[in-house]
Each structure stands twice: as C-alpha cells, then as structure tokens.
Design a protein around this ligand. Structure first.
Ligand code: AHR
Length: 525
C-alpha cells in the first residue's frame, strides 16, 4: 500500500513539475493560424489618451516612486526622480490622473502649495493611515507632467470638499489676473497651468461617499457648473464618475440626465473602473501561480470587452453621436500585497501574465476607440499593476512597461480591421481565442500590427495576408518570458525583456512564429 502511495506521490510530483515549469521546459506544440489585414478600410483613431497613467498618493507611488525631494542623493530635477522621468518619457505617457483615487476625495489642495517647510502634514486614512506630508502638491505634479511631456488629469474632491474649494483650485491653476493667480505666481509659477482633464469625484458610489446615482448627479451638476477653466484657448474636459464595473445605475442616470440637461452643466466623459482581481478581496499571487490562475485572469481580462459594450450601449441610447467618452480611468490587475509589504500600500510584482493582460486590454480599448477615448492604468509606479518598481536608488521596468513601450506607435493611429483564425486556447472549462491582434496606420502612413499569443503551451505559426497595403518587411519586437509568472527583479531586471522580431513579406503575405505567452509588435515597411 505504501508503495502505491509513493508511486502516486511520484506521479503527482511529476505532474506538478510539468505544470509549474509551464511552457518553458515542456515540449513545444506548434499551432497554425491566419490573419487578414485590410488596410483599405481604415477606421477610428485610437486616441493616445488610451495609454494613460494613474498616480495616487498611495504607498510608494508618489513618495519614493516619483518624488524624492531636491536634497535626495537620488538624481532628481526639483525633487522628481530623473530615472523615472526618463523611463516614462520613453513610453510617451499622454496623461496622468492625480491625486487619486480614494485619496482625491480627502485631498485639500491648499495643504499642498507654498513653501515646503510651511506645508501642513495630514493623514492618508485610505492607504495605510500614514502621514501625508503634502510636499508633493499641485506645483510638483504640474512640474512632473511637464517633465514627462504628459497632460494633467486632476480629480476634484467631491467627498469632503466643496464646490468652492474645487472652483478655487481651478482658478489658482488656470487664471491670469486674480488674487489666486498672484498666489500661484508667489509660489513660483506666474504662468497659468493647463488642466486638460478634470474629474468630478472618484468612485462616488464607494469610497467617494457611497452616494446614490441621483445624489451624485446633483453634486455633478453643481461642480460642473462652477468648475471653470480660465486658460483661454484651451478646452478642459470634465469627467463624471460613472459605473462600478458592470453596475449600470450610474451610467443610466448620468447619461439620461446629460441628454435632458440644461445649459449650466456639461460633461465630456464618464469614468469606468474595472480591475482584474479574480475574487474580492484581492488575494491572488503575483508570481508562483499555476496555469489555472493564468487562464482565469485572462478570461476576466477579456471580460472588459463585454463591460464596455454594456455601458457603450446605454451611452449610445442617450448620446448616439458619441460626444461623451467612456474613460476607463482605473484598470489593471489587483493582486495580493507583495510578501513583507504593508498591505495598505498595494505593492505587487508584475509578471508576463500582466504583459498579456495589458496587450489584451489595449486591443479591446482600441476596438472600442469610438467610445473609449482615455484610460489610466492603476498605477504608474510601485502600486498595483505598475510600469516601474523602485527601491531607493534602484529602478526596474516591469513587463507591463514593455507593452506600453511597444504600443507607442498605436497612439493616435488609425485602426485597421483584422480578422483572425487561430483556434482556441483551452484550460479546463476556460476557452479563449488563442491569438488576439490589432492593426493601425500611424500619422506617417506606416502600418503596425500587434499580436498576442495567449497560449502558454503552444507556439503559433501565423500567416498574415495583407490587403490594400504594400510592404516588403516587418520589423519590431517580441516580449516573451521563460515562464508565464516570470517577473523582473532588482537582482534580475531583464528576465522579461523585448527581443527583435522580423518577418519577410512575399506576395502580400508574411509568416511569423509567435512564441507561447508572447506579445509582438511589428512595423511594416
Ligand atoms: O487604485 C486603488 C484604488 O482603487 C483607488 O484609490 C480607488 O479609486 C479604487 O477603488
């Protein structure tokens, strides 16, 4: 009997080791697939703001991640880390949402202006109850977005603030001749700032005050009415709080009110928050997970498509001209806190699974670009699905960062229709399209193709037929990893890194091998 048990145990160990080594060491299966790209039918422009970022006063997202202070030994410009700025410039961040998140509804902007030694410290009750020193405030944020070349998306405090406080914040930032403009000048910035996006509250159905949709709507009308941008010649877009995932009450209420609205208020966008979590509270490991968790995360990610369709259908009913954008201003994976980290700091590692998740979300957003015109991944540095992790003077780029970099050519490019026949990736009762792809033509006329092989067990030989386009070669990069849970660490920062990719095009046709669990972006020339 003991022998039977030990035999079974050996089999189990063998099965587990095959499973946990994932695709890297398993015998490679190769599937074939085809894709047709019709460049003669260009579609909607993929707004560059779809590739936006979110930075909240949370854990080490701002303090340490962005802000180290001018006295720091870490190289910085006016207190802002040079390494982080350089990395973010390379992914052409179009917009950064700040200061929250839940933090925004308890943020009082006056605490974050003026001489650093006079700033009043407060608390950050949402995120670990730590002291908020207020050394990073309006001027520092505006300096930061200017350094990285991004636009500013500020979230007004509706939860504990007042319409007056919000209106004065905007006046302080954007006016030229008022007393608040003089205060701004005295604090070192005579020229008005450009506020491109203005969020009216955050998750008002939850941490922002658990408001009913009708209650929030009344707040929205008041805040919108008095949120004035004084910078002439510059349109500021106002974003209302919208749905919590698949719940439709906010979408219905706000869109219906907008259709029937009076002149005194307006919005340009409706926010949607949806994280890939796999059960609440977030408890899934960032690395060291099995294929079961990989597959269920990817399935949940792909659900973003249905979510957008649900809300877009309601928006279409009240806004058939698609004047109001659906703004997915919080998305990404939300996992268990990194071992040893402070739970309220939401620190998590970032694996090749996150890279796949990012590419799939980008593809979904791009296909809905007629309605989805801005998204902001949560969050930029050291928090949730971050682009960058820092540890004192060290910095590393995550797999997610690499996908953002690879997709830069899709910013403001025109979507080109593709059809894919690549079969199905199956794990237990989860069935997903094996390959996902988008194509686009950039402003210079160059065609770009992004291909994601979701399957961790099979490479894919894909034949791509070009219609309405002439090209001889495709050059780009592939992001692949030894395992689907592979991460970059400070000791091994390039475990997940891009490699050059190339394909010849003969008679309007190219063939390419997509390695398992990979993202590839190619430019055709
Ligand atoms: O991104 C972390 C938090 O998630 C944000 O503060 C909040 O808006 C959301 O619930």
């Amino acid at each position: 009997m003991r022998q039977v048990y030990s035999g079974l145990a050996a089999l189990l160990v063998l099965a587990l080791s095959v499973f946990t080594t994932h695709a890297a060491d398993a015998p490679r299966v190769v599937k074939s697939a085809s894709l047709t790209l019709d460049a003669s039918k260009p579609g909607v422009v993929i707004d560059r703001h779809i590739f936006g970022q979110f930075a909240e006063h949370l854990g080490h997202g701002v303090y340490e991640g962005v802000w180290v202070g001018a006295e720091s030994a870490i190289p910085n410009t006016r207190g802002i880390r040079n390494d982080v700025v350089a990395a973010l410039k390379a992914i052409k961040v179009p917009v950064v949402r700040w200061p929250g998140g839940c933090f925004a509804d308890e943020y009082h902007w006056r605490n974050g202006i003026g001489p650093a030694d006079k700033r009043r410290a407060g608390l950050n009750p949402n995120w670990g109850g730590v002291v908020e020193p207020n050394t990073f405030g309006t001027h520092e944020f505006m300096d930061f977005v200017e350094q990285i070349g991004a636009e500013a998306y500020l979230s007004a405090n509706v939860g504990t603030g007042t319409p007056q406080e919000a209106a004065e914040w905007l006046e302080y930032m954007t006016s030229e001749h008022t007393a608040l403009a003089q205060d701004r000048a005295a604090n070192g910035h005579p020229a008005p700032y450009k506020v491109a996006f203005w969020g009216i509250g955050n998750e008002s159905w939850g941490c922002g005050g658990a408001m009913s949709a009708d209650y929030y709507l009344n707040q929205l009308k008041i805040y919108s009415r008095f949120s004035r941008n004084y910078l002439s010649g510059q349109k500021m877009q106002q974003i209302a709080v919208g749905p919590d995932g698949g719940k439709t009450e906010y979408t219905e209420t706000i869109m219906k009110a907008w259709r029937d609205k009076v002149w005194s208020w307006n919005i340009d966008g409706l926010s949607l928050h949806s994280y890939t979590v796999n059960g609440w509270p977030p408890a899934k490991k960032a690395t060291g997970f099995g294929e079961d968790e990989y597959a269920s995360f990817i399935k949940e990610t792909v659900g973003m498509d249905d979510l957008i369709k649900t809300h877009a259908a309601i928006m279409d009913k009240y806004d058939p001209a698609k004047k109001i954008a659906l703004v997915v201003d919080e998305w990404g994976s939300w996992l268990a806190p990194a071992p040893g980290s402070k739970p309220g700091f939401l620190m998590q590692q970032n694996s090749q699974r996150d890279a796949i998740l990012t590419a799939l979300n980008f593809n979904i957003f791009a296909r809905h670009a007629d309605r989805v015109r801005m998204t902001n991944i949560a969050q930029m540095v050291n928090v949730l699905q971050a682009m960058i992790l820092t540890d004192k003077e060290r910095m590393l780029l995550t797999p997610t960062y690499h996908v953002f970099k690879m997709y830069v050519p899709f910013q403001d490019a025109q979507l080109i229709p593709v059809s894919i026949d690549a079969g199905t990736y199956t794990f237990a009762d989860i069935h997903l399209p094996r390959v996902d792809a988008i194509a686009a033509r950039d402003k210079a006329g160059k065609l770009w193709l992004a291909l994601t092989n979701v399957d961790p067990n099979a490479a894919v030989d894909i034949t791509i037929k070009l219609s309405g386009a002439v090209a001889g070669i495709a050059l780009g990069e592939t992001l692949t990893a030894p395992r689907i849970d592979a991460v970059n660490t400070f000791a091994a920062p390039d475990t997940v890194a891009t490699k050059p990719a190339k394909a010849r095009i003969v008679n309007d046709q190219m063939t390419l091998k997509l390695t398992p669990q990979s993202v590839t972006v190619l430019g055709l020339q």
